[in-house]
Design a binder for this molecule. Structure first.
Ligand SMILES: NC(=O)c1ccc[n+]([C@@H]2O[C@H](COP(=O)([O-])OP(=O)(O)OC[C@H]3O[C@@H](n4cnc5c(N)ncnc54)[C@H](OP(=O)(O)O)[C@@H]3O)[C@@H](O)[C@H]2O)c1
Length: 248
């Protein structure tokens, strides 16, 4: 199929080209500047060049997102723009990359992702909403950002099940070739860990000497992560552990 990947320059988007091509698809990667091999321009926030980017696409992997900017404009309104610009006669599958727990974790960005899912469900398009847990690389980034010199504060009791981004990419490529689920499916890493477990493993390899301090985080967001709202309830699993990722 002719597959358009939105978010082609992102952590996941960049990894999608290889497994999609290996599965026999022709791949184009959309981003605002259209950089990279197979790169095409398209801006979800304004709609600019979207119709051109989507022209001819038989499958779309929608992995663009703007968590640190305006997710209501890019993720929600942008998904609506994408739905309007897509070639309905040609499209056979749209896979939306979402996050495990967006329906139950009270966090603004997750609410926007959940709203984007609703836009797709209401669109009548052949969709699969693929909810994935946190990528190992993203965990690394969060821990590096949280470190304050020798101290590494993490929320006490948060439970997560991170996943290797390469395995997510391989799974997405597989899902693209399956019939659309018409709803939510999940994909997660192999093991549940606490935020403190992750931080200790990370610090041992990436920041020796850093001291992990688990700090209680009051409020509904903290409670949701402690209650396991970010953990998968079903679906397939990757095999690569966070420790293997760190030692690679
Ligand atoms: N990171 C995680 O741990 C994780 C876990 C589960 C699910 N997810 C989901 O997986 C998807 C990919 O995540 P990621 O971490 O790979 O994202 P990322 O690295 O932050 O990349 C975001 C992508 O979105 C594009 N983008 C941003 N604003 C845009 C706009 N206005 N128009 C068009 N494209 C735009 C960016 O392209 P340019 O800036 O180059 O235009 C970039 O390619 C997201 O939907 C995310 O919610 C992520």
């Amino acid at each position: 199929m002719d597959v358009l990947v939105t978010g082609g320059t992102g952590r996941l988007g960049q990894r999608l080209v290889e497994p999609l091509q290996a599965a026999g698809h022709a791949v184009r990667q959309m981003s605002r500047r259209g950089t990279g091999p197979g790169g095409v321009r398209g801006d979800l926030a304004t709609g600019r060049d979207l119709a051109m980017a989507l022209a001819g696409a038989e499958a779309v992997v929608h992995a663009a997102s703007d968590p640190r900017g305006d997710p209501w404009q890019v993720d929600v309104a942008g998904t609506r723009r994408l739905v309007e610009a897509v070639d309905r006669d040609r499209l056979r599958h749209l896979v939306y990359v979402s996050i495990v727990g967006v329906d139950r974790i009270p966090y603004g960005y997750y609410r926007a992702k959940f709203a984007a899912e609703q836009v797709l469900l209401a669109s009548g398009l052949p969709v699969t909403l693929l909810r994935v847990t946190q990528f190992h690389d993203f965990v690394d980034f969060l821990l590096e950002s949280a470190r304050r010199g020798p101290v590494l504060p993490v929320p006490m009791g948060w439970r997560v099940q991170p996943v290797d981004v390469g395995e997510v990419a391989a799974h997405v490529a597989d899902v693209v070739g399956r019939p659309p689920a018409g709803g939510v499916v999940e994909f997660a890493g192999p093991e549940e860990l606490s935020a403190a477990d992750l931080a200790r493993a990370w610090a041992a390899v990436r920041a020796p000497g850093a001291h992990v301090v688990a700090t209680p985080l009051p409020g509904k967001l903290g409670a949701a992560f402690r209650d396991g709202a970010a953990l998968p309830s079903g679906g397939e699993r990757g095999r690569r552990t966070y420790a293997e990722h760190l030692h690679a």
